[in-house]
Design a protein around this ligand. Structure first.
Ligand code: FAD
Length: 383
């Protein structure tokens, strides 16, 4: 049986940066994924938005680390991941959202984040493509941005390989092998691997894997759709999020890529649960109505394609990261909700510190907030 210091289950938004962090910290690491290549789960559905401006303080801390990782990637590793420091504008057209966002900006600023509240004129000056009528303001974070999930995933895997990590695709992990209460490896549909540590970064498959050892992860698969237009000349700088509830949706968000296409998503209400990844005919008219109202120029763009993917949602919309309560050596890193891509590098670095027992006070706070079997009393303001 091949022997490793750590097995990472899942080569997705969390597994890839985790493998990189573990390999760079000197651990002999193997990544196992049931799919034929990397990023074939929720990762490839993500639109690549990256921000540190969250409602959950733990997400702010981890998000900040991730933001730095994406922003400095090309300088450190050489690959162009199409990173753009575009800024994020959370816009408000009603008093209710304006008040909520202003409160959030105050909390984010006291956590040290670079974010300000702009009034209606200021927000429109920053994002002239926005509909001006009724615009009350925006939470503006100039350091946030976006990149290509495809290029970032490939770059992380390549960097992890250069640091010695191995990847095995088309290999499903069937169970975690436990002896005397401790992990000793995993069994797959093609063989077995020996390791004292298993990181469960299996995304939508994480709860089933956890269940095999008696751990209960509260993750629901929420289905979200996204789309992309043809490429046009630049007209939309920042990533725009409108959190005003509309008919059948709680928010809509979009940005223009460095290649000129506009990528867009909305969060459906009520949530669509399950594993049916075939996109619907309902999404496009619904999102188009919202987008054209928000950014009128979008009416001139032709949509090239739409797709559907999973948000692995937890009851309080914050991730589940922590050791198994039943088995020593099994670490869960799942339930990333709508932010697994933007949190991934920070989560990977946190996991490396957990394995090397180098946790700081902030890490302990994060792990308390994200404990897999917490009581889920609160709810993240920005899902
Ligand atoms: C439309 C849409 C837009 C989004 N936009 C953003 C965004 O802009 N920014 C952002 O941060 N997030 C975004 N997200 C959310 C993001 O995609 C997820 O939070 C993230 O991809 C989850 O990462 P993960 O590593 O947990 O899961 P995944 O990326 O799904 O990775 C899990 C991997 O585990 C593998 N696997 C599962 N079970 C097993 C097993 N038993 N054995 C072996 N392998 C297994 C799967 O094949 C998969 O590759 C978006 C999601 C959607 C649907």
């Amino acid at each position: 049986m091949e022997r490793f210091d750590a097995v990472v289950v899942g080569a997705g938004s969390v597994g890839l940066p985790t493998a990189l962090a573990l390999a760079e910290s000197g651990l002999r690491t193997v990544v196992l994924d049931a799919a034929a290549s990397l990023g074939q789960g929720a990762h490839k559905a993500a639109i690549g938005g990256v921000r540190a401006t969250h409602g959950d303080p733990a997400k702010m801390r981890v998000g900040r680390h991730s933001l730095d990782a994406f922003r400095t990637w090309q300088g450190r590793y050489g690959d162009d991941i199409e990173w753009v420091t575009s800024g994020y504008a959370f816009v408000a057209y009603r008093e209710r959202e304006a008040t909520m966002l202003q409160r959030l900006v105050a909390a984010q600023r006291s956590a040290g984040l670079d974010v300000v509240w702009l009034d209606g004129d200021g927000a429109h000056e920053r994002v002239p493509a926005l509909a001006r009528e009724g615009l009350l303001g925006a939470a503006w974070s100039p350091g946030d941005g976006h990149c290509s999930t495809l290029l970032a995933g490939q770059a992380m895997a390549a960097a992890a390989r250069r640091s010695g990590a191995s990847f095995r695709f088309g290999e499903r992990v069937l169970e975690v092998i436990v002896e005397g209460g401790s992990v000793v490896g995993v069994r797959t549909d093609r063989g077995a691997y020996a390791s004292p540590v298993v990181v469960n970064a299996a995304g939508a498959g994480a709860a089933a894997l956890a269940q095999r050892v008696g751990d209960s992860l509260e993750i629901a698969s929420e289905l979200h759709e996204a789309g992309i237009t043809e490429a046009v000349a630049p007209f939309l700088g920042p990533l725009v999020v409108d959190i005003t509830p509309g008919p059948g949706s709680v928010n809509v968000y979009c940005y223009q890529t460095s290649r000129g296409q506009v990528i867009f998503c909305l969060t459906p209400e009520p949530a669509i649960l399950g594993d049916d990844l075939v996109e619907t005919s309902a999404f496009l008219p619904q999102v188009a109505t919202r987008l054209v109202t928000l950014i009128p120029r979008i009416q001139h763009l032709r949509v090239r394609r739409t797709w559907r993917g999973v948000y692995p949602m937890t009851p309080d919309a914050s991730p589940l990261v922590g050791w198994s309560s039943h088995v020593e050596g099994l670490l869960h890193a799942a339930g990333m909700c709508g932010q697994g891509f933007m949190l991934g590098p920070g989560v990977g670095a946190l996991i490396a510190r957990m394995l090397h027992r180098e946790l700081g006070d902030d890490d302990h706070d994060t792990l308390t907030a994200w404990a897999p079997e917490r009581d889920f009393a609160g709810r993240e303001a920005l899902r």
